[in-house]
Design a protein around this ligand. Structure first.
Ligand SMILES: NC(=O)c1ccc[n+]([C@@H]2O[C@H](COP(=O)([O-])OP(=O)(O)OC[C@H]3O[C@@H](n4cnc5c(N)ncnc54)[C@H](OP(=O)(O)O)[C@@H]3O)[C@@H](O)[C@H]2O)c1
Length: 341
């Protein structure tokens, strides 16, 4: 056993509504010596993502729920600090889907470890614009949204990690892009810095009218990130043949009770007289193409066509509070926790 210790957040109890501090427990455990084939990674950044809330619920969704006492699901970006694997050398930068912990010991061959090319972008960008959220926008819009130049795209949680990529990709592909975001600052960022044609503040009132004004030709693609009032407002604007990639519905994640009994985007869209094509997708559907997607996204960053923003909470100890903030829209762009480095 080394003298090193690993800090990790485990699920202490299932949240009811917003995940309170006592739903999480911070543990300090010794780091085991490496076995043949293993690596030790020092985590520099932890990614916080809305899907983690789903893992804290009882009952199966597309993934098994976390057990009480288990390390909270998540991905971090870090550096290999010790290696007994042929695949990794000390100093290599990578992302590791190994939960909320500071010192990660993993099998070097694990598919949960992915190389992060820091020549293309800073390490933490591999958790955001070049990583899982960026790829989600990339594939969800193109493979499920099937966008055509000249069409109108509406994207919710527009200034966020996924939404900001979706909207900018929509502009690259020649669409009219209308964002929906919470608050004037996020909306002006989408319009003035990211180049969206319009962005509606759903907290300002008159959402249905404002959206209709911003979409005079109707809506051809709605990239669904939030559900709730935004979905209901877009629902009246679909053109024949419209498509809705259902990426997530963050407005319901903290809701209490049985998700199956709630009004989800599936109930709203499926209940329309002329229902748009809609389906839930997972970024993992295109896992074989992830590296190409990241390379393409990096190319657009280099050419100035893709911008991104991050909110970085300082210190591993604040992960639960930053996670609550993410679900409440306090983040502005990709939510990260800085741990070391
Ligand atoms: N299917 C997949 O493979 C996949 C992969 C990654 C992410 N996702 C989904 O993509 C969505 C966006 O994720 P992200 O990582 O990019 O997070 P994000 O947009 O960076 O952050 C979440 C945002 O959700 C918005 N929000 C929170 N409560 C809301 C409410 N009641 N109504 C409307 N908006 C609300 C907030 O933005 P505002 O301040 O603008 O309200 C908040 O900033 C989530 O639904 C997530 O589950 C799916």
């Amino acid at each position: 056993m080394t003298s090193l210790s690993n800090q990790r957040w485990v699920l202490a109890k299932r949240p009811v509504g917003e995940p309170a501090d006592d739903c999480f427990a911070l543990q300090e455990v010794p780091v085991a010596d490496l076995e043949e084939g293993q690596v030790r990674i020092e985590a520099h950044y932890l990614s916080l993502d809305p899907y983690m809330r789903g893992r804290m619920r009882e009952g199966k969704s597309y993934a098994e729920p976390l057990k009480i006492g288990e390390v909270v699901t998540g991905e971090s970006a870090g550096i290999v600090v010790e290696s007994r694997s042929d695949r990794w050398a000390v100093g290599d930068a990578l992302t590791a889907h190994q939960g909320w912990q500071t010192q990660i010991v993993a099998d070097g061959d694990s598919p949960a470890l992915l190389r992060a090319d820091t020549a293309l972008a800073p390490l933490q960008a591999w958790l955001g614009v070049l990583g899982m959220p960026g790829r989600t926008g990339f594939f969800g819009l193109q493979r499920v949204g099937l966008p055509q130049a000249g069409e109108t795209l509406v994207v919710s949680a527009a200034s966020g990690a996924v939404g900001s990529v979706v909207g900018q990709l929509g502009k690259i592909l020649g669409l009219r892009v209308v964002g929906v975001a919470g608050g004037p600052e996020k909306c002006s960022y989408c319009r003035d810095e990211l180049g969206f044609d319009a962005c509606i503040d759903y907290k300002a009132g008159g959402l249905t009218e404002q959206l209709a004004d911003a979409c005079p030709q109707g809506v051809d693609v709605y990239f669904e990130n939030v559900g709730g009032a935004v979905t209901r407002a877009v629902a009246g604007l679909f053109n024949p043949g419209a498509r809705v990639p259902i990426c997530g519905f963050v407005s319901l994640y903290n809701a209490e009770g049985d998700m199956a009994a709630m009004e989800t985007p599936f109930t709203v869209l499926g209940g329309l007289e002329t229902s748009p094509e809609h389906r839930f997708f997972l970024v993992g559907e295109w896992r074989d193409e992830w590296l190409e997607a990241s390379a393409q996204l990096a190319g657009w960053i280099a050419s100035g066509q893709l911008k991104y923003r991050e909110t970085i909470a300082e210190g591993f100890a604040c992960a639960p509070a930053a996670f609550r903030g993410l679900l409440a829209g306090k983040n502005f762009g990709k939510q990260l926790v800085h741990i070391a480095g």
